[in-house]
Design a protein around this ligand. Structure first.
Ligand code: AMP
Ligand code: FE
Ligand code: FE
Ligand code: ZN
Length: 283
């Protein structure tokens, strides 16, 4: 099985990269991509861990991007992690995420929600971690305010909750070009998952394809059958390849490893299109 979209505690997954790799091996995953939000911090630990368990590793990132206020997640496979433009962009997103976290928690404190900024930081597993709403969710769970991350999103963290503050994200066409310039392969994550919030119209995906998008994640937990069918249609029309992945976040989401998978042919295409010199680690 090939699962090309997972998270560790370098972003909002609940397991360290080595534990994620062990879980993947136990789940029968042969090729795993680590795609933490806006960071490559987990790459080194994952690379060391796959040596031990014999899983193949695709190093990636899930970039936060935007188009006219709509959030778009862009998977970048095998980019050069030292590409200066990519590094600068990730820094900017990180700085904005940190500031926004503080602002959101301040709003909650002012409204009498019983958590502090320190409570939220206590849920973050180390310096350099990409911080986000899931860490606030974990603090709300720890304080007994809500039972689960899901409930925290439903009641406190969603866009219209009154506590929500956006963060900087890269304009999507710029992000597609940035990933290609860093030698990576850009794939649009969960392109039509309206359950997550507003999604872009087909013409934006067409513009992304013109900018260098390589594929779309048609098979995803948050897609209805109709949304998957629509994604497959788009892929055919725009000559994009199709992936399927779990978007596993450990215990942070119900998604399970290998619940959607990608074909070996598409994996080979990703590897062939990458020009960064970052290989798929094989065992
Ligand atoms: P942020 O990037 O900080 O705005 O937070 C968005 C992240 O929260 C996404 O990457 C998801 O992984 C996570 N997320 C969104 N909705 C939920 C939910 N209902 N339950 C758990 N995690 C969620
Ligand atoms: Fe996430
Ligand atoms: Fe995503
Ligand atoms: Zn994801």
């Amino acid at each position: 099985m090939i699962d090309l979209h997972t998270h560790s505690n370098a972003s909002d997954g609940t397991q360290p990269p080595a534990e994620l790799v062990a879980a993947a091996a136990a789940a029968g995953i042969g090729t795993l991509a680590l795609t933490d939000h806006d960071t490559t911090q987990g790459w080194a630990e994952a690379a060391a861990a796959v040596e031990l368990v014999g899983v193949d590793l695709v190093r990636g990132i899930e970039l936060s991007t935007t188009h006219r206020g709509i959030s778009i997640h862009l998977l970048a496979y095998l980019p050069d992690p030292d590409d200066p433009a990519l590094v600068a962009e990730l820094r900017q997103t990180h700085a904005s995420r940190a500031e926004r976290l503080r602002t959101m928690v301040t709003r909650m404190e002012e409204a009498g929600v019983p958590i502090t900024y320190a409570d939220v930081l206590a849920q973050v597993d180390g310096p350099g971690t990409t911080v986000g709403r899931p860490h606030i969710a974990d603090a709300l769970v720890a304080a007994g305010v809500v039972p689960t991350r899901d409930a925290a999103f439903e009641w406190y963290l969603r866009g219209r909750s009154g506590f929500y503050v956006p963060h900087y994200a890269t304009p999507v066409l710029e992000a597609v070009r940035l990933v290609r310039a860093a030698g990576g392969v850009p794939v649009m994550a969960h392109p039509l998952a309206a359950a997550r919030g507003r999604v872009v119209s087909d013409d934006v995906i067409e513009a992304m394809a013109e900018a260098g998008l390589a594929g779309i994640e048609a098979y995803h937990h948050d897609h209805t059958p109709a949304q998957t069918a629509h994604a497959l249609d788009l892929a055919g029309n725009l000559r994009l390849f199709v992936t399927g992945s779990s978007d596993y976040h450990g215990t942070g989401k119900v998604n399970v490893l290998g619940e959607h998978t990608t074909t070996p042919e598409v994996l080979a295409q990703i590897e062939a299109e990458a020009t960064s010199g970052i290989p798929v680690l094989r065992h």
